[in-house]
Design a protein around this ligand. Structure first.
Ligand code: PMP
Length: 395
């Protein structure tokens, strides 16, 4: 006799996401994808990778089981680079995604109040939904320099908020970079209301213009900082890190042990070789230059061809432009994205970046466009197709 196994209620609540449909379609012949948050393979540091692989391949010890907290030489590198407070420590995870998942598993009980930006990173939204957190969404301020601080303070006042999760540097999906004033104000509100801050900064090192702005964690100690090596090295390595108070990091290490014992040691050894290679700084400069060129090409094409229908603001780094649509309603944006998909251009519509109960009338309506993966030629071609399709819809 056969019988079925039901997923838990929390898993059943995960919606079939349109984004999975889009990403599946991006492999079809002729499709131009501006959908995924993918770095450009032509900019992967293949020469350095090859050399580094040669160097690590005869070290038997790295193919043995290893330490849960991280391959010690890489862990020490991360500590030296990023840990600034005596009471803090670091852990290496299988992508920063795993680090966030472990935080949720360790510290979020069903019903706990979590604040995040809206729109927000879908991967974080899914983690918090799976943890059955009570999610509060904060919109952006009018000058687009970060979250609406009045709304944030009211939410902190009215609820016993445990975490505020945010992406202050080149936000996914909006590309926004918080101003210094907003960062300081968020730090002081978190301090006042005793809210823990999760600072997710996978795009921080991908700044191609202007000076870096101090992270929120410089002004506030009760933080987890999530860093990723996906964007500066390669995402397939699946390596990221989390920094926070030593006691809390110890808790994460305990949970990680039950999850995967440790992240791949050969990949950690390879990553360390890359990060410390004499040509790595040059690689970072090259990708920044390349992405700036792609960004400029996309923005110019949008300004030239889409101004009647849409608007996008320049960003100083990261991988995304947010294209605000002028004449489309929130309820229709997914249909518009499906129409574009039929015309062989994949984009991610705004609705997927909001929690399911977020009021449609309060959603910003638009697309997230990735400018790093497609070639400049394809980007220009795609914007031309978007123009034709938006014109047809407006007619
Ligand atoms: N946070 C944000 C905001 C992201 O955009 C991503 C990936 N696109 C991640 C975390 C996950 O990064 P990683 O590859 O390090 O798991």
């Amino acid at each position: 006799m056969t019988f079925t196994l039901s997923p838990t209620k929390a898993v059943q609540a995960i919606k079939p996401s349109y984004i999975r449909e889009i990403l599946a379609a991006t492999h079809q012949a002729g499709m131009i994808s501006l959908a995924g948050g993918l770095p450009n393979e032509s900019a992967f540091p293949m020469e350095i990778i090859e050399q580094s692989m040669q160097e690590i391949k005869s070290d038997r010890t790295i193919f043995q089981y290893g330490s849960t907290q991280g391959y010690p030489p890489l862990l020490n590198y991360v500590r030296e680079q990023y840990v600034v407070r005596e009471q803090d420590d670091a852990m290496i995870g299988t992508g920063s995604q795993q680090c966030l998942d472990l935080i949720a598993r360790g510290f979020i009980a069903p019903g706990d109040h979590i604040v995040m930006e809206a729109p927000s990173y879908l991967g974080a939204l899914q983690i918090f939904e799976l943890a059955q957190a009570n999610i509060h969404s904060i919109g952006e301020n009018e000058s687009l320099t970060g979250p609406d601080l009045t709304q944030l303070e009211n939410t902190f006042k009215q609820n016993d908020v445990k975490f505020f999760y945010a992406v202050p540097d080149f936000h996914n999906p909006t590309g926004i970079c918080w101003s210094l004033e907003v960062r300081k104000a968020v730090a002081s509100l978190c301090k006042q209301y005793e809210v823990f801050f999760i600072e997710d900064v996978p795009y921080r090192d991908l700044r191609f213009k202007n000076e870096p702005i101090a992270p929120v964690s410089d002004f506030y100690e009760n933080c987890f900082v999530l860093r990723s090596f996906s964007k500066i090295a390669t995402p397939g390595l699946r390596l990221g890190s989390v920094i926070g108070n030593k006691t809390l990091i110890n808790t994460l290490v305990k949970i990680k042990q039950t999850s995967d014992l440790h992240s791949s040691i050969p990949m950690q050894a390879l990553l360390l070789k890359l990060l410390t290679h004499e040509n790595f700084p040059k690689h970072i400069e090259n990708i920044k230059q390349k992405y700036q060129t792609h960004h400029d090409a996309m923005l110019n094409a949008i300004n030239e061809h889409l101004s009647e229908y849409a608007e996008a603001k320049s960003v100083d780094g990261g991988m995304f432009l947010w294209v605000a649509l002028k004449h489309v309603k929130a309820a229709d944006v997914e249909t518009v994205a499906r129409t574009l998909l039929k015309a062989n251009v994949a984009v991610v519509p705004s609705n997927v970046f909001y929690p399911s109960d977020f009021a449609l009338e309060d959603q910003q309506v638009g697309f997230r466009l990735n400018f790093t993966h497609a070639s400049v030629e394809k980007i220009e071609q795609a914007i031309g197709i978007i123009k034709v399709e938006l014109a047809k819809l407006a007619a």
